[in-house]
Design a protein around this ligand. Sequence first.
Ligand code: CO
Length: 199
Amino acid sequence: MKTLSHLFEGNLAWATAIKKKDPEFFSKLSKQQAPEILWIGCSDSRVSANQIVGLPPGELFVHRNIANVVVQTDINCQSVIQFAVDVLKVKHIIVCGHYGCGGIKAAMDDANYGPMDRWLNHIKEVSLFNAEKLKALKGDDKFNMLSELNVIEQVSNVADTTVVKNAWKRGYDLSIHGWIYNIKSGLLKDLNTCIASSE
Ligand code: CO
């Protein structure tokens, strides 16, 4: 007996529906992927990259972690950025945060969560860098502001990677965007932090 059989049923229904619309869909996609966008988002189950922007498989290269953090020492994220830029030649990198992010919330608390604390420290740093902007705010306003500031910080961290800096040096056309998703409305907001060159 198959475990989680409803997932296999869902998969069969999904693949069948796609093939009905385009019988060649999977055979075309099996030959190559050519996404123009790298999506760096939160692992949160409610922020499913392809679904919220209405894109089928093959259109987004995706990296997700708790609170969409980009750090130079994270070989996983750095490798994804390198592969996306140097091999797939994506034209856009989107860092997408979301309101109501559990990672951001946990970083705002002083509680001890174990090994995850080391990861949350990256968000605590964002909070420290922006102490001035945050100090007048309370509750949800503070939570939302830190979620936005975290996206802005991670956009700048993407721009600071050697891979991206070298790509720009070669005259490569690459833009980095900072967006935030509202889990209450299902809508995205552009934080207008687009960076398209080292300057
Ligand atoms: Co989150």
